[in-house]
Design a protein around this ligand. Structure first.
Ligand code: XIL
Length: 380
């Protein structure tokens, strides 16, 4: 038995043994599932693909967000992305703060660094994001009339979507539309866009993107909708209502992004999430996991225990979703623990580094990777 398997079996039988206060917020079924995945022989992997070779294909394409600052400097990073990913997402290069230094100006450099890498290595690209309340440059924060807001929004989307037409085949058109504590669809997140245009900004954004690239998958992306905490339950209901309302108006939304930034000590709301995914599917839209990571600051310190728990929790999330539908993508927010946004807000009190991602800081696959690979291959 491997150490991880030992830990998982002890989680399955003697939950108290690891001294995790308040019990473990992961189901016995998920622990058992992760154990099965991890006890399967690891499928033979080919040597890392060299630039220009075909990507590994799988029934659910896996991908990761990519830092354009680090990419050119780190060959190990490049190799890991080529080896494990079928697609990549510029982590910040397409956000307004990066791409829009001034009204009427576009800086394509950081986004192109990632997108050119993807092209050379025949990886797909997702776009993140055309509209967000965050990461706005100062000049755009000063937009003060509805007419100006609409003009800037439309010009931005026309310019950016048309530049990457045929390359970016799936866009997070609007990111995080709802207020943090929203319990109804009308509680939109305060932003230049919602404050000046109201709910209409979502409609404008999706309709403009669809007009410019009718073949692109247009996605509405949200977080804080996955677990059993009351805030997530409320926001999940609000999100479902917002989606329904927009679809009823004929807004061209083709996919719903469930970000999947999971506070790993919380329980996945398997019923609530499955029901949301069921509704998305019944509205004829795709479901995507767009920003998966396991926020591990509240988990026990020992690395093996943490890795076992994050693997089991990843299993629980992906199992819940894939029992209802086959998501059109599984994306993690970063690929290696070496570079992750998690410590920006969720540093551990014990000073140990966070381990939220599928590869460790030395690019070695963790148990979380085995779980992702299992689902990405279609539970083969
Ligand atoms: C984060 C990036 O990872 C950081 O590098 C950046 O400084 C701030 O934004 N939800 C999102 C992402 O939709 O855009 C955020 O990305 C993480 C939370």
């Amino acid at each position: 038995m491997t150490k991880i398997d030992d830990i998982l079996s002890s989680l399955a039988s003697r939950r108290g043994a690891l001294g995790i206060a308040g019990g473990l917020a992961v189901s016995a079924a998920a622990v058992a599932g992760a154990r099965t995945v991890l006890s399967q022989p690891v499928p033979a992997r080919t040597t890392p693909a060299s630039p220009g070779s075909a990507p590994v294909t799988g029934p659910i394409p896996y991908g990761a967000s990519v830092s354009s600052d680090d990419l050119p400097k780190d060959p190990d990073y490049q190799r890991a992305l080529i080896r494990y990913c079928q697609q990549v997402v510029p982590e910040y290069g397409l956000k307004w703060s990066s791409i829009r230094p001034a009204s009427g100006k576009f800086d394509w450099g950081p986004a192109d660094a990632v997108i050119d890498f993807a092209k050379v290595n025949r990886l797909g690209v997702r776009g993140h994001t055309l509209v967000w309340y965050e990461a706005m440059p100062d000049w755009a924060k000063k937009i003060s009339t509805a007419a100006e807001a609409e003009r800037e929004l439309v010009t931005h989307i026309e310019t950016v979507v048309s530049r990457y037409k045929g390359v970016i085949k799936s866009w997070d058109v609007v990111n995080e539309p709802l207020g943090e504590k929203a319990i109804s669809a009308s509680q939109l997140r305060s932003s230049v866009w919602s404050n000046l245009l109201g709910e209409r900004y979502l409609e404008i954004a999706f309709r403009t993107a669809a007009r410019v690239d009718p073949d692109c998958q247009l996605v509405l992306n949200e977080y804080g909708i996955e677990t059993t905490i009351p805030q997530d339950r409320g926001k999940r209901t609000a999100f479902r209502d917002l989606i329904r309302r927009l679809k009823d108006k004929g807004v061209p939304i083709h996919g719903i992004g469930i970000q999947g930034h999971i506070n790993a000590e919380r329980a996945i709301d398997t019923e609530g999430l499955a029901s949301l995914v069921g509704e998305i599917t019944s509205m004829k839209m795709a479901t995507l996991v767009t920003e998966l990571d396991m926020i591990d600051n509240k988990l026990p310190g020992p690395v093996e225990v943490r890795d076992a728990l994050t693997a089991a929790k990843t299993y629980e999330l992906l199992d819940t979703i894939t029992r209802v539908t086959r998501p059109s993508a599984i994306i993690t927010w970063g690929i290696t623990d070496k570079r992750t946004w998690v410590p920006m807000w969720n540093k551990r009190d014990d000073g140990r580094p966070n381990r939220p991602l599928p590869l460790d800081a030395d690019y070695r696959p963790k148990p979380m990777w085995s779980v992702i690979e299992y689902f990405s291959r279609g539970r083969a």
